[in-house]
Design a binder for this molecule. Structure first.
Ligand SMILES: Cc1cc2nc3c(=O)[nH]c(=O)nc-3n(C[C@H](O)[C@H](O)[C@H](O)COP(=O)(O)OP(=O)(O)OC[C@H]3O[C@@H](n4cnc5c(N)ncnc54)[C@H](O)[C@@H]3O)c2cc1C
Length: 442
C-alpha cells in the first residue's frame, strides 16, 4: 500500500485544475493523479469525431491561470494540446499515473483506500475528477433488426478512424454533437441525412469575435436569465434572427434553454443543411433494414454509415464502488452538498459542471473551496468532514435528458448548489464560511 496525502482520480480539465490549486496552496503536499486512459485531457482526449469543438467561448472555458490564446471557439485537437501544455507548464504531468483505472474506494479508520487494477493507495482525501459521463456506455438507442443492416454503425463517443469519404451517411440526433459534426461530414460524404426526432434550438457563433472573460460571463448569464424569465419574447427574438432556418416544421417544441442550445460556427451548420446533398427528417425511428433505418412514417433512409450522435449517459464518480466503513454507498440515498461532496461520505470531493456556463469555471471555484476546506481542517486539527443528509426531495438538480436517463444514480437532493448561476456560486464559494452548518467535522 502506497501512502499519499491526496489522490486525484481523472486527468481531464477537473484533474488539472485541482492539481494546479493544490500545488499553489500546499507546495509540500504529496498528490497523485490516477488516470485510466493512456493520455490526459479526458473528454478532449476521447472525443475525436469530425468537427469536435467547444460550444462555450474559450475566454471562459480556458483556465484563468493559463488563458487560452486561440480563437473564440476551440477545435477539439487544439483544446487537447492546450490541456497537455498546461499540465506540462505547471509540472502536473509528472504526477499522473496513466493506464490506472480505479475500481473502488474504501473509507475506514479515517483513511481512504484506493484500489486500482495494479496498486492500492492510502490517503486522507480523495478528489474525483472523473467527469459526468459513462466512459464505457454512451446513450445508444436500440432498434429491431440491427443485425440486418449491412452498413456500419458508429457512436460519436467511440469514433476511432471511421471513414466517410464519398459515402451515404445518416446522422441520428439533433443535439450539440450532431450540429457540430454535420458540416465536417457534409464536406466529404456523398450524401447526408439528418434524422432528428424533433428540431432543436441552434444559434450561431461568430468565429472572429474578440472578447474578454468578464464580458462573456455576464453576457452568457444575462442571456440565460432573459430566456428563462421572458420565454415568449426570447423565443420570438431567436425565431426572427434565424428567420430562414426556423420554418414552420422546424420550430423546437420546447423553450429555449430547457436544453443546452447547439452552436453553429460562422453559420456552418445553417449553410450545410441548405445543400442539395443534405436532407433533414423530423421523424422517430421504427427499425433497421438491410440498407438503412426505417422511419416511423415508413420512409427508409439508405446509408453506408450510420452515426449515432445520440449523446451520453450521465455518471457520477466514474462508476467507482464506494464503501464507507464497509457499507456500500448508493449515491441515490445521499444529498449533494454544493455539487462537490456527498452526505455520509467523508473527505471525498468531486467536480461537476454548469448547465449554462463553462465547466472549467466551476472546476476553478470548487478547487479553491476544496483548498480552503483543507486549510480549515489543518488549522483546527480535524481529520474528516462529512456533509449532512437533508432527506429526500424528488426534483433532480439537472433536468437534461442525459441526467434524467440515469436519475436513479444521482443524489436524491441537492443543497447550497446552483448549477445555473456561476456568479452566485463564485461569490458564495469564496465568502461563505467553511463551517457553514452543513458539514460534520471530526
Ligand atoms: C463533445 C463535447 C463538447 C463539450 N463542450 C463543452 C463546452 O464547450 N463547454 C463546457 O463547459 N463543457 C463542454 N463539454 C463537457 C465536458 O465534458 C467538460 O467541459 C469537461 O471536459 C469535463 O472535464 P472533467 O475533467 O471533469 O471530466 P472528463 O473530461 O470526462 O475527464 C474525466 C477523466 O477521468 C478519468 N476517469 C473516469 N473514471 C475513472 C476511473 N474509475 N479511474 C481512473 N480514471 C477515471 C477518465 O478517463 C477521464 O480522463 C463538452 C463535452 C463533450 C463530450
Amino acid at each position: 500500500m502506497k501512502n499519499i496525502d491526496i489522490i486525484i482520480i481523472g486527468a481531464g480539465i477537473a484533474g488539472i485544475t485541482t492539481a494546479y490549486y493544490l500545488q499553489k496552496n500546499f507546495p509540500k503536499l504529496k498528490y497523485k493523479i490516477l488516470e485510466s486512459r493512456k493520455d490526459l485531457g479526458g473528454t478532449w482526449d476521447q472525443m475525436t469525431f469530425p468537427g469536435v469543438r467547444s460550444d462555450t467561448d474559450m475566454y471562459s472555458y480556458g483556465f484563468t491561470f493559463n488563458p487560452w490564446k486561440g480563437p473564440i471557439i476551440g477545435q477539439g485537437a487544439d483544446i487537447k494540446k492546450y490541456l497537455v501544455d498546461t499540465a506540462e507548464l505547471f509540472g502536473i504531468k509528472k504526477h499522473i499515473q496513466f493506464n490506472t483505472k480505479v475500481n473502488s474506494l474504501s473509507w475506514s479508520e479515517n483513511r481512504w483506500k484506493t484500489i486500482t487494477e495494479l496498486d492500492q493507495f492510502s490517503s486522507q482525501h480523495v478528489i474525483c475528477c472523473t467527469g459526468s459521463r459513462d466512459y464505457k456506455s454512451p446513450n445508444f438507442p436500440k432498434y429491431d433488426g440491427e443485425h440486418k443492416y449491412q452498413g456500419k454503425i458508429v457512436h460519436t463517443q467511440d469514433w476511432g478512424t471511421q471513414d466517410f469519404k464519398d459515402k451515404h451517411v445518416a446522422i441520428v440526433g439533433s443535439g450539440c454533437t450532431a450540429v457540430t459534426m454535420t458540416p465536417a461530414i457534409v464536406e466529404k460524404a456523398k450524401s447526408v441525412t439528418l434524422i432528428q426526432r424533433s428540431p432543436a434550438w441552434i444559434v450561431n457563433v461568430d468565429g472572429q469575435e474578440k472578447s474578454t472573460r468578464l464580458f462573456k460571463t455576464f453576457q452568457t448569464l444575462i442571456d440565460y436569465y432573459h430566456s428563462r424569465l421572458f420565454k415568449k419574447s426570447y423565443k420570438k427574438k431567436i425565431l426572427s434572427t434565424y428567420r430562414s432556418y426556423y420554418k414552420d416544421d422546424n420550430i423546437p417544441s420546447y423553450n429555449f434553454w430547457d436544453q443546452r442550445p447547439a452552436c453553429s460556427l460562422n453559420f456552418d451548420y445553417f449553410n450545410s443543411v441548405e445543400l442539395d446533398k443534405v436532407s433533414v427528417e423530423h421523424q422517430g425511428i421504427s427499425n433497421w433494414e438491410k440498407t438503412g433505418l426505417k422511419l416511423n412514417n415508413g420512409k427508409i433512409i439508405h446509408s453506408d454509415l450510420t452515426i449515432m450522435a445520440t449523446g451520453l449517459n450521465a455518471q457520477l464518480l466514474g462508476g467507482i464502488d464506494i464503501f464507507v466503513d464497509e457499507k456500500k454507498i448508493n449515491l441515490n440515498d445521499t444529498s449533494w452538498y454544493r455539487g462537490m461532496m456527498f452526505s455520509g461520505i467523508p473527505n471525498l470531493f468531486a467536480h461537476t459542471g454548469y448547465i449554462n456556463f463553462s465547466w472549467t469555471a466551476r472546476c476553478e471555484i470548487v478547487s479553491q473551496r476544496i483548498c480552503r476546506t483543507l486549510q480549515y481542517m489543518n488549522k483546527n486539527n480535524l481529520i474528516s468532514c462529512t456533509p449532512k443528509y437533508l432527506g429526500k426531495k424528488s426534483k433532480p438538480a439537472i433536468e437534461a435528458n442525459y441526467v434524467l436517463r440515469s436519475i436513479n444514480k444521482f443524489p436524491n437532493r441537492t443543497y447550497k448548489f446552483n448549477n445555473a448561476n456561476y456568479i452566485y456560486e463564485y461569490i458564495s464559494f469564496k465568502w461563505a464560511r467553511i463551517n457553514d452548518g452543513a458539514l460534520n467535522f471530526k
